[in-house]
Design a protein around this ligand. Structure first.
Ligand code: SF4
Ligand code: SF4
Length: 82
């Protein structure tokens, strides 16, 4: 599953530079995760780096983007292929 940022986000900016897939960006009010780019850090790290650094724990799994570990790995391969 891709991850998502909830409205508890305090715009602290620390997650964005940690994402190896550049999936995190500043949205209109809070930071957002592009589900097409988020692999839960599969392929890069053992744990989601944004979750590791978020001080308010506002980055849960996105129930609208259910994916298996294999699908996340395929996404990682596609994102890093070019
Ligand atoms: S889990 Fe990893 S790939 Fe997904 S948004 Fe967070 S840092 Fe980026
Ligand atoms: S680390 Fe958490 S609180 Fe900070 S900008 Fe990212 S999602 Fe928002």
């Amino acid at each position: 599953m891709a991850l998502m940022i909830t409205d508890e986000c305090i715009n602290c900016d620390v997650c964005e530079p940690e994402c190896p897939n550049e999936a995190i960006s500043q949205g209109e009010e809070i930071y957002e995760i592009d589900p097409n780019k988020c692999t839960e850090c599969v392929g890069h790290y053992d744990t989601p780096q944004c979750v590791e650094v978020c001080p308010v724990d506002c980055i849960p799994k996105d129930p609208d983007h259910e994916e298996s570990k294999d699908q996340l790995y395929d996404k990682y391969i596609k994102l890093t292929a070019s």
